[in-house]
Design a protein. Sequence first.
Length: 342
Amino acid sequence: MKEKIIEYRKKHNQMIKTAKKLAKKDHCICCKKKLNGFCKSHFVPEFILRNIEVNGNVLYCLQILGSDFAKNKMGIGEAGTFYLICNECDSYLFHDYEDEKHILDFEIGNNRFMASIALKNYMSQLYKRNYEIFYQDEFSNFAPKLKTFNDETKKIYEMDQEDYLYGFNRAYHILEKNLKSGYVCIFHKLLDYKVPIAFQGMASLQQDLNGNIINEIYCYDKSKKLQDIHICIFPLSFGKTFVLMFVHKDDTKYKKFIRQFNRLELNEKLKVINYIVFAYCEDYFFSEKIDRSFITDDFLNICGNQPSNVNSIINELLGKSEYEFKDMDKISCILDSKYAVE
């Protein structure tokens, strides 16, 4: 069995390598300038990852979930990287938030700060979806019997790309024109302790805190664009943690959610954010110092509940939701002070 796992891991890594090579662009996604080499960008800013590293390493979500395809450790240099932008655009577009001083100075109306984060979120997802589309072709060659399934997956990924490109263009327009409005801050807090997780990403919430539908995530009607919520969890160098959640002002499907969220006490708000990250997202990183007692069967079930073609069909037929906030108390809140690290 161990030999088969090693064999499949090698094949899996080879397919990823080939797919990324095929998916490689020849120009910067922002300025469109043709390039021979790209800036190495991180989903989560590298200086944030350094605040939770142990001997230069962090743990990726798959390592916590016990995936056979994950490395035991991941060096900061390779943790959540993507290649879509030139060095000049990277420096210009992201300097507003990739600095601890700017993070500490954040104010609710800092539109450029939030637009920079949203832009990178969409860039990272575009990069992932692009190579994942090519990966489906590689996997079909490896397992021809799954070609039909993989082709359907490709169609879903291509629809995702359209939504991500729309979000990217909206964020880039704000930064390019230096607009003073665009994003609405739902929550921001500087916790007086350092959590063992670093995260930056977005999610299309399926429902609000009372179970009302926000996004029909299994609807394949292109006219019904998904609306995203953006979240950052940034452990800082001096033992505190910056947490931020926001949406675009035109994404009005979140109005009820925002009202419900604002009524909660701080610890409940942190539980909501904790649930969104683990139920909807995957690009988070842990410190090796983390107390692994929080990894329960319920935690693994919620983290492994990512949308797929099979359960999409089942859920559509049954009218069942995969993401219900009533489940948030089933898992420990990693943002709680009891999980703080030095």
